[in-house]
Design a protein around this ligand. Structure first.
Ligand SMILES: [Zn+2]
Length: 107
């Protein structure tokens, strides 16, 4: 048994460069996702405002309904952001500012 075949070199895998197609896809996805995040944040603040308005006017069911809803809607985009890349949907490391897969900046 003289099989002294050297094991294949384990090279550190470099992140693949963006192809032109991927780059276009990234640019296409970015504004839509970012717009969605902005809309959700505004909607969350708006819902919170309705909830607090309910507190002021004594219509507490307004607050019970809209305050948790506003918090939820406002928090949702943050979850999406920390979960995965907004451009290529690859899983992201927690609080990563730039996607390690495609290099797209995370908002
Ligand atoms: Zn990515």
């Amino acid at each position: 048994m003289a099989a002294s075949e050297s094991p294949p070199l384990v090279k550190a895998r470099k992140a693949p460069r963006l192809t032109a197609k991927q780059e276009i896809q990234t640019i296409r996805n970015l504004p839509r996702v970012q717009r969605g995040i902005v809309i959700m944040k505004i909607a969350g603040v708006f819902l919170l405002a309705i909830g607090f308005e309910g507190l002021v006017t004594g219509q507490y069911w307004y607050s019970v309904l809209f305050v948790p809803l506003g918090v939820l809607v406002a928090m949702l985009p943050i979850r999406i952001r920390t979960g995965m890349c907004i451009a290529c949907q690859a899983p992201l490391q927690k609080d990563a500012a730039i996607c390690t897969t495609c290099g797209a900046p995370q908002m």
